[in-house]
Design a protein. Structure first.
Length: 433
């Protein structure tokens, strides 16, 4: 993570109100902010001021989609991207409203402000390495401390007492497996053997450095879920365990009509908890796939660019070119299946893997050739280390939904673009979860 010095907020005029609110909130958290016109010095020219602001800053925050229409913002962002490649700055685009993101910008993790503003601010603060401290709960004069202000041990004791009393009244109840797990993930065998991992720039014009060199890699038998985990499947986990629900859900239920859409707005930690629950209640070693397992399942053994082969076809997946602007039911694009029959491995939602990227956004610590024994599959790494995402999402262009593209995010981050699928390892091969 780049050490924070100053945050440069790049915004179009139409986003001025939002940008200045964000600036005030970041300053409240102790972050120094550069924002026009307040940060322009008397007698200083516009271009000179922007150049100085970028030079003095460690991070650039870009507001979309109005930024895409602003020549000034595009210039500022492109300069910042060039600086980032030299390790001088870090670019953070904010997803304020739906839009098709340019390929050059699309390789960055978008911080979503489409839902609750405070949730977006908290995620941005986490990336910047600052902490959002909630205000003290307010109570009327003469009233004792509110429930939320009680010592944690006291709250826990009260909850356990309530639960115990309820159980004594109702008597012992052992839920059946069908009640706890009302679905069975459809798993597809990925047979043992070598496949080509990574990209060949001679064959793929969109190949980037961190996908190279392309190399053969052997993997033993394993099974991957045919589709990403759906809202309905994740709801079974939430209801069975009382685990935190996604922020946009209500009463443990996803938005009506989206039961068969991929679950989104779940962090890597939520995903790991789901996998462990699924393994426990099913008695099967379910887990989260490595990026190598994910990639082989998506492209087969011949190194193809997209799951269906090497020629782009926007009708085969839910990407920005198709204009859906949202998730679609899993499996809706049957013609986009991988050689093994996996669906939604190009577009719809990014998918978490267990693999590590490293701490620097543009310089992966774990490079190719892939080596599972070099520490990249460490499940206990701190939250400052990014995890690899695969597959692309509905608002990302063709270059970002390729089988070999490696995206990344902080494990505590969640957004409307990120979901996951599960892996089931063959007998004798540990899942690690």
């Amino acid at each position: 993570m780049t050490k924070i010095k100053q945050v440069f907020i790049s915004h179009a005029t139409t986003d001025a109100e939002f940008a200045h609110r964000l600036a005030r909130d970041l300053e409240r958290l102790g972050v120094q902010v550069w924002i026009a016109p307040e940060s322009i010095r008397p007698g200083e020219g516009w271009v000179e001021a922007i150049e100085r602001g970028l030079e003095e800053s460690s991070h650039v925050v870009v507001l979309t989609p109005a930024a895409l229409e602003s020549p000034w913002v595009r210039k500022e962002t492109n300069v910042a991207i060039a600086q980032e490649r030299r390790g001088q700055i870090e670019v953070i685009p904010l997803d304020v409203e739906p839009c098709a993101v340019p390929l050059l910008w699309g390789s960055y993790q978008m911080v979503s402000f489409r839902g609750e503003y405070e949730a977006g601010l908290s995620q941005l603060a986490g990336i910047l390495g600052v902490r959002v401290i909630p205000p003290e709960p307010v109570r009327p004069p003469g009233q004792g401390p509110p429930y939320g202000a009680m010592p944690e041990a006291q709250v826990t004791a009260l909850k356990e007492e309530e639960i115990g009393a309820r159980r004594r009244e109702e008597g012992p109840q052992e839920p059946t497996l069908e009640q706890v797990l009302p679905f069975e993930p459809e798993m597809v065998l990925i047979p043992a053997g070598e496949f080509l991992m990574g990209s060949d720039p001679g064959a793929d014009k969109d190949a980037v450095d961190w996908e190279q060199p392309q190399h053969p890699l052997y993997l033993p038998d394993y099974y991957l879920a045919r589709t990403p985990v759906t809202n309905a499947q994740y709801a079974a986990f939430v209801q069975a365990t009382g685990h935190e629900q996604p922020k946009h859900w209500k009463g443990g239920q996803p938005p009506r009509g989206k039961e068969d859409h991929p679950v989104v707005r779940i962090s890597w930690h939520h995903v790991v908890a789901y996998c462990r629950w699924l393994a426990e209640v099913s008695g099967q070693p379910y887990g989260l796939p490595s990026e190598a397992q994910w990639e082989k399942g998506a492209r087969g053994d011949d190194g193809r660019i997209w799951p269906w082969h090497n020629r782009w076809d926007a009708k085969r997946c839910n990407s920005a070119e198709g204009g859906q602007g949202d998730t679609t039911p899993v499996g809706a694009y049957a013609d986009g299946a991988s050689p093994y029959g996996l669906l939604d491995v190009a577009g719809n939602v990014w998918q978490w893997t267990r693999s590590l990227w490293g701490e620097h956004w543009t310089k992966p610590s774990f490079k190719y050739p892939y080596d599972a024994a070099d520490g990249r599959e460490d499940l206990d790494a701190p939250d400052s280390v990014l995890r690899v995402l695969r597959g692309g999402a509905f608002s990302y262009l063709r270059g970002l939904v390729r089988c070999a593209y490696r995206h990344r995010s902080y494990p505590h981050y969640f957004s409307g673009y990120i979901g996951f699928r599960v892996v089931l390892v063959a007998p004798g091969f540990p899942s690690g979860l």
